[in-house]
Ligand binder design. Sequence first.
Ligand SMILES: [Zn+2]
Ligand SMILES: [Zn+2]
Length: 417
Amino acid sequence: MEFPFQLNNIICQKKNHNDSEMVGFCIDENCQEKNKFVCLDCLFEIHQKHKLVKIKDLKDIIENRYKNYKKKTVEEKELMEIYKKNEEFQLNKLKKFKNEINKVLEVKIINFMNDLKKIYTNLSKNITNENKYLNIKEFENFFKSNAAPTTSSELTKLSEICTNLYKEGYIKEEILEKKNDKNEKKETDKGESIIPLNIDENENKIELNSPLENFNKKLDELIKEQLELMTKYIEENILVISNNCFSIPYKFEWCSKSYTGDGFLYELTNNNRIGTKILEDRIMTILRAKEEIKNNSIYNIKFKIGLKTEGDFDIGIGTEKEANTCWLRNSESLCISNSGIRSLGIIMDNVTKLKDNDILDIEINTNEKGKYFKAILNNKLICMLDFEFDKAFIMAAMRNTGNYIEVLESKVSDFFI
Ligand SMILES: [Zn+2]
Ligand SMILES: [Zn+2]
């Protein structure tokens, strides 16, 4: 890449400096001169004993910086394009996913609607049963074509129709009568019996309720129930993994490094995820994570606290320097403990204390824009502390043997959302 700027051939503007070429540049902190370019005359007159660099060296530095800037600008632009493309690509995937879900639902609902249509078709069929009013229709038609029966054959015909109608009417009446009997009987029963006949009452209720009313009620209930079921399922199961999608599983392990002269005093089990203090009861010692916390990452770790016997118990983050003091209650550490929450050795909260079987979720955010340490104890946020120290480790410190700390879950993400 060409460096398009000229730093040589700059001419000194000072009187009596004879248009001399600038040969140096003053970088002296005590220099009072506003013009830092230096010709040979300037050098002897103004910048004696000043710290100078050659114009060529200044040019090299600026040129290098310029090259980096151009290169980075191109890289950043390319990266922005990749981000944009990928974002679109992923958003489209989600749109397709949404459409797929809609399709499945639509098929289900259309099937349901078709079933409903079938029910109504059958209901309609029952109403338009042709044979049901055959006799009365015939009766109606007879009088449409004849004002009154005038011949004996007409009279015979009308007689037949009337006989059939009488039979139909009689059957209906009989049913009605039987029903009335039943009602009367019920009333007598009621009078005699102390226990009301609930079965009959229920029967009446069903008869009184229009079948459509029931049907509507059932459909409303079904829709309400299905909607609740689906919402609950979706909320609990669908896309709840979205957070995990941006993070990677992180295999957290305790490390068997020792900070005491007495050696390593812990036993590590379950792939180095449980650290149990087994030696030197009553001496506070550090249990350190295998890996240092990386910058620009978010760590989420779930711990189970094993505080079987009373005694100091710290869990948090600290530097190696802090580890040598063998607990997390000094200048380069943060901790949740059995006696409160501490930041840089200062007690922030002396009410919140760790107990046996507590579940502690910690989040460590090392975004360069602002690092923080967040702790959630038994699903309740207990602190969010800013910190500035680098090269930190996740650490625990325990005094008594038999106490332990277990890592239940761990993940790390380098996305900031
Ligand atoms: Zn000069
Ligand atoms: Zn100077």
